[in-house]
Design a protein around this ligand. Sequence first.
Ligand SMILES: [Zn+2]
Ligand SMILES: [Zn+2]
Length: 684
Amino acid sequence: MSKDNLKSRPLTAQDLGLNNKPEPQKQNDTKATQPPARAANTNQRPNQSSNQQRPGQGGGRNNQQGNRGNNQGRPGGNRNNNRGGGGNNRRRFDKGPTKFAVGSFNQNTPVSKPTAQVSMSKIDAGKLKIVPLGGLGQIGKNLMALEYEDDIIIMDMGFTFPGEDQPGIDLIVPDITYLEERKHKIRGIFITHAHEDHVGGIPFLLPKIPAPIYAAQFTVKFIERKLEEYHLDFKPELHIVDQDKHDKIQLGVFTVEFIRITHSIPDACALAITTPIGKIVNTGDWRFEEQPLDGKESDKTRLKELGDEGVMLLMCDSTNCEQPGRTPSETEIIETLDEIMVRNYNKRVIISCFGSQVTRMQIIVNAVAKAHRKLVVVGRSMLNNLELSVKLGYIKIPPGLIIKAQDMKSYEDSELAVITTGSQGEEFSALQRMGTGEHRDVKLKEGDVIVLSSSIIPGNEKSVWGMVDNLFRWGSYVYQSATRQIDDLGIFHISGHANVDEVKEMIELVRPKYYLPIHGELHHMKHNAKIALDMGFDPKNVFVVENGQTIELDKEGAKLGKKVKSGEVLIDGAGIGDVQEIVLKDRMAMSSDGVFMIVTTIDKKTGKLVTSPDIISRGFIYVKDNAEILNNSRKIVKNIVDTKTPGLPANSPVFKARIRDEVSNYLYKITKRNPIVLPVVIEV
Ligand SMILES: [Zn+2]
Ligand SMILES: [Zn+2]
């Protein structure tokens, strides 16, 4: 990503709750995670009758329905009648702006005007708009909206990790200005699975566009726990959907069905959305695992049925569309792990994998149990995910297998295994700290065996190899994908995303009229499109678009629509969108060229220097070896003080700017570097 792409967005008044006072939220009177009753008649919303009599609810709803009445006669216009059966507890979110708990925002950030609500124009009647706001043209921060007249639904709400040109930024979420301007239309949010690039944005974005969230069980539980950490000051409405019962959720003109699909986390789902224009299928992240460890295969039967019923458009994961053939089975990793356990029967084995790959954790647990070892779990995200998965029954652990890290000393090395995160050399991960000798519980020693059950994510090569070297320094041996042939071992890792032949099979099952590659950088999406084109798709029916480029479908067909605002919102610590580009530039300058601080003490009466200016340099030059640069800088400051306009206060910005500019120019001339020059002027 180039620096020019950096975008940040000032907060809106709504973010801060400044434009009007929020009404007190009524306590939710049903359990938030109660599964919606399956709608037998798909024209009905899930049964929420216990909420029907909520005070103050009727007025807002009638207004909305009144507006809708004007649009009678267009396709789908009779849907008001269809909505009668359900309560509408989504409305409680519309009563006022919800905001983060106090302290989440940087109050100094400029406040822009509240976003205006945008209503449907006549031109949009009868049109279905596909609005990608994240995940197209990049891997990460997935967010896609479907809009039909007065209804919008959202699919996924992820975040992405920052690039090297965004120091100090924790996360990036999609810019959702488009949705904020239409938040009165948003009916619901559908989440395909619990990976962070699909759920990670929820704590930051949901308060801006509150709407009920629908997902399969594991995903809902994961989101629930995540939201607890963020202490939102309203209770999000979460609904568990049973994908195996083909639960259908009707919201506005949309009916959404969840379909089981295999990925690398439990309960991953594809979505089939019935719209007035036709059916849309979104694969979510997927691959066809033929013999999944949990026995829960992709629901190809339902996908084929949908194909028989007729699908207008298929949006399909592009991540692995540059890999020929099919993905191997996850079970092949079992052989690799077993072999390592046997070869190193008398040594302690430490295995790392992604904390998000729940299926992989089960494989590791099984391998450890089979080798009659005890297992120590290290790393917070690993512990959290393992705990949740065990509680919900997605991972089975034999009793007595897991022991505490402190108890390791009571066992022989041959009886021990450790599971941990940090396979990408992440800065503060457990494995990284083991490498540097800073881990509290696991001290590496001669003979330890370390297994990275992962592949190196492009861009992480340097940190991974740096960590691997650190691990080797303790006399440990490191097994990993990159060197598996030297070690004569099988595979260590399988991606959770479909290869070319699986994508072909998906297209054959669903047989859509239009094809839209999603979830990929442009080159991934281009290669995904090529699969469809090679299968005989009309090039006019295959769309490769990036974030912000909408696609419009109506009875006539599909075409590119308007470009809408999209981009990145940077999240720094607890704040959202409060990091301006200038701050990022400062951070980059400091990290690459350092800081040069000049403390000038001036006599208030005479206007002369009291002492020679003090210079503090960090990350720029080594002071002791550069006396000349320091002396010349002092001379420059002295000259500025001597030639200062009489009467100009020493603390004036003009005076400080002169010091900064002249010293910066001098330093650049000598060193060709641009440290941040900070003039500090003290009058005594
Ligand atoms: Zn993903
Ligand atoms: Zn995923």
